[in-house]
Ligand binder design. Structure first.
Ligand SMILES: [Mn+2]
Length: 449
């Protein structure tokens, strides 16, 4: 009996020891100095009052918690129910977290408050319990200018940018019993009720401006993600066989990225065979794949909170039919011409013009396809405001032209994620075969099963 008690005590101690804190440790590829530098830059952009950033409060059922993108960007902290407060006048940053019960600590591990290493790990001036947050604001709002900077813009999500999230919210609200306010709306309303004389400003534009241009540290993670995700798509190609299922193709890619250290996919993987290749965001992935089908796979990993977005289309048989080949070639030439035109200073119109010139020179009918900007990629797969202004070095874009002919079961999309460099762009997802001959050669290496 005594022995058993000792064993339990030892187990509890092991769970509570600092050495076992990796139960809640965040795999972030960036050093604490980068998060501290981002906070300093945000305080420079929003120099008055108090900046308040809220972290995620709930984890999706059955899924690992993924921190709110904006919160992650400025803290690196992956704990639930966290709030950060930055005071630009003093340059100090504070992290607020709930105290945990012994039971919570045992089941889920310690949060940063209980571990007591918030300064060391994330560079915060102080880590304080959440029940002190109201008093903190009350105390500081007196000495600071009466301004609160917080996110008044919509929150983004793993796969959706701010404006897409807004659209999905509008769709949800169509149903009269699903139209409750969001957590952000509640937080804003509560702060406005408690501090009606304070001026509220949106921190969103400053945050987006920073997130748009990737740092050297982020570029390294994105390059690694490009390699990992490319390998995932290659494994999926090799797993493709007539009579197999779309989900087997998905499984090969997921297994590959997880084994390489990614946290998961950057969005619900799309594996559309035959008619499903024509549904842009098809993600049921349940159909049996037939000989003669095309498979369109849109896939990328989420690595250390940075996403990758790749699409390839390949023939199940290993050889494109002449009709598939003809459409493929058009999409490929448009995609390559886009990549050629992506460089600092280029506008969507510049890309469109270049694509039109290339197609004319090659004597190809673009079948209605035009070049232009895809979408930004970053902490969210669809990142930022979308491509309005000219390109700048450090931006990361997905280029994803596609042609869809449902009456022929031909849907072809080719997508790469590229980094804008000083002189052009670097294709982060270049390791997946893209030329017709390369694809056919690679598929020929599949093992017979
Ligand atoms: Mn995309």
């Amino acid at each position: 009996m005594k022995r058993k008690k000792l064993w339990i005590a030892a187990t509890v101690a092991a769970l509570l020891l600092p050495g076992s804190a990796n139960l809640t440790a965040q795999r972030t590829g960036l050093p604490r100095e980068e998060f501290a530098a981002r906070r300093a830059a945000l305080m420079k952009a929003c120099p008055e009052g108090i900046i308040i950033l809220f972290g995620g409060a709930l984890s999706a059922p059955g899924a690992r918690f993924r921190q709110d993108n904006d919160f992650h960007y400025f803290t690196g902290c992956g704990d639930l129910n966290a709030v950060a407060a930055l005071v630009p006048r003093t340059g100090r940053s504070y992290l607020f977290l709930p105290r945990q019960s012994e039971r919570e600590k045992m089941i889920g591990g310690l949060n940063t408050l209980e571990r007591g290493d918030g300064a060391e790990r994330f560079g915060f001036s102080e880590v304080l319990p959440s029940d002190y947050l109201e008093e903190f604001l009350a105390r500081n709002v007196r000495s600071e200018r009466r301004v609160f900077y917080l996110r008044l813009s919509p929150a983004d999500a793993l796969a959706d940018d701010r404006w897409e999230s807004l659209i999905f919210l509008a769709r949800k609200n169509r149903s009269p019993f699903d139209d409750q306010e969001t957590l952000d709306q509640y937080r804003i309303r509560k702060l406005r009720t408690n501090y009606p004389w304070v001026e509220f400003r949106d921190v969103g534009p400053a945050v987006d401006r920073m997130r748009l241009i990737k740092t050297a540290g982020e570029v390294e993670i994105l390059r690694r993600n490009g390699r990992i995700s490319a390998d995932g798509v290659k494994q999926a190609m090799l797993a493709t066989r007539p009579g197999g299922y779309e989900y087997e193709i998905e499984a090969a890619a997921i297994g590959s990225i997880l084994a390489a250290g990614a946290q998961g996919p950057a969005y619900a993987p799309i594996v559309g065979s035959g008619p499903n290749s024509c549904v842009w965001h098809y993600d049921e992935n349940g159909r049996q794949v037939q000989d003669g089908d095309l498979v369109l796979m849109d896939f990328g990993a989420d690595l250390d909170h940075l996403c990758m977005d790749i699409t390839r289309t390949w023939p199940v048989s290993g050889k494109f039919t002449p009709e598939q080949r003809e459409v493929y070639r058009v999409v490929l030439e448009v995609q390559k011409a886009c990549i050629e035109a992506y460089r600092p200073g280029a506008t969507a119109e510049d890309v469109r013009r270049h694509v039109a010139e290339v197609m004319k020179k090659k004597g190809l009918d673009p079948m209605g396809l035009e070049g232009g900007f895809g979408h930004h990629v970053g902490l969210s797969t669809h990142d930022g405001y979308g491509g309005a202004g000219p390109l700048e070095a450090g931006m990361v874009f997905a280029i994803e032209p596609g042609l869809y002919f449902p009456e022929k079961n031909i849907g072809i999309r080719i997508e790469d994620t590229v980094l804008i460099t000083a002189t052009g762009c670097e294709v982060l997802s270049k390791d997946v075969p893209k030329e017709i001959a390369e694809i056919e050669k690679f598929l020929a290496t599949r093992k017979a099963r």
